[in-house]
Design a protein around this ligand. Structure first.
Ligand code: 9Z3
Length: 302
């Protein structure tokens, strides 16, 4: 398999990379010696044509990442949110199913206001969002393809190498891709018959994250499985292999109400109870509170 160094040597960074990384760099400088979390969220696309019409995608709505971002802000973290373009974003996620226009009304034919019954939900979220922006506690950077993601991850992790930094890898990243050098230049034509293409393995970068780029940081990775028999073993394997602090194991169909927090000495099952559900408590709130405690202990070397 290709090494991550070979991958970065043969795939140039995306066009907006320098701008994006400068944004992260300025943000990190502004929050030196404060707690910062890098959250990755959403899936990655793997284009099958250079002039891309079609691509292979990874499942992820971005709920885990976007909800966690809000709870990390509540917990006092400065948040860098790296997300797949058009997946869920913090704050906005609460309104994706309603139309913006249906929340507004026209006043005296010359101005616009938010409908009375929408204010109760909108106001606290808008306040939190504005506070986070005004205090420069939140930045977000979108990506689309696997290659965009790989560059953003490396560049950001290299800037987050202190015990105050938390890396929270919730994005669902493709394990396979087609190198641009092997892609058709133009849209594949059906008249040419069924396309034959070989997907390559994406080099594993977790080891580089934990051993090279962010050696001092507290690192949380996620393990997604569909077979419950595999979840615990595969999560433990990841922890053992990469020697980081925490793996969060989840199953595709129960991920919204059950996860396992797997650390070197402990396995904790987190379940959203019916009372939690009734009170609108999301699993990400519980996860983030647990991680905050663990990260504080890590900072204080307990
Ligand atoms: C996760 O396991 C996330 O919790 C989900 C969240 C993607 C399931 P949603 O965005 O879903 O709320 O809809 N993320 C990591 C998935 C992943 O690809 N992990 C790799 C693996 O399992 C290791 S890094 O092999």
């Amino acid at each position: 398999m290709e090494t991550h160094e070979e991958f970065y040597n043969t795939h140039p960074p995306p066009l907006n990379y320098e701008n994006d990384i400068t944004k992260v760099e300025n943000f990190v400088r502004c929050h030196k010696n404060e707690k910062i979390v890098l959250i990755t969220s959403g899936g990655t696309t793997v284009p099958i044509e250079q002039n891309t019409v079609r691509f292979v995608d990874n499942f992820s709505a971005g709920t885990r990442g976007s909800a966690s971002a809000e709870y990390f802000l509540d917990a006092g973290y400065a948040v860098i949110f790296i997300y797949r373009s058009k997946s869920l974003e913090p704050f906005v996620r609460h309104f994706v199913n309603d139309s913006l226009l249906d929340k507004l009304e026209i006043k005296n034919n010359k101005s616009i206001q938010v409908k009375e019954d929408k204010v109760e939900k909108l106001l606290p979220l808008l306040k939190k969002y504005k506070d986070a922006k005004a205090s420069n506690k939140f930045i977000s950077i979108p990506f689309t393809t696997l290659i965009d993601y790989m560059w953003l991850l490396r560049g950001s992790c290299m800037l987050l190498d202190s015990k105050y930094c938390l890396i929270y890898l919730a994005a669902a990243v493709s394990d396979f891709y087609i190198p641009p050098s092997e892609m058709a230049e133009h849209k594949l034509q059906s008249k040419d018959g069924p396309p034959v293409m070989t997907l390559h393995l994406v080099p594993k970068v977790m080891k580089a994250v934990t051993h090279n780029w962010s050696r001092q940081a507290y690192i949380v990775s996620f393990k997604l499985e569909t077979d419950s028999m595999l979840l615990e073993t595969k999560s433990k394997d990841a922890l053992h292999k990469y020697k980081h602090q925490l793996v969060i194991g989840n199953l595709l169909h129960s991920r919204k109400y059950n996860v396992k927090l797997i650390s070197p000495n402990d396995i904790e099952d987190i379940l959203v109870t019916d009372t939690n559900k009734k009170n609108g408590i999301e699993i990400e709130k519980i996860i983030v509170n647990k991680i905050k405690t663990k990260h504080d202990e890590f900072i204080n070397n307990i």
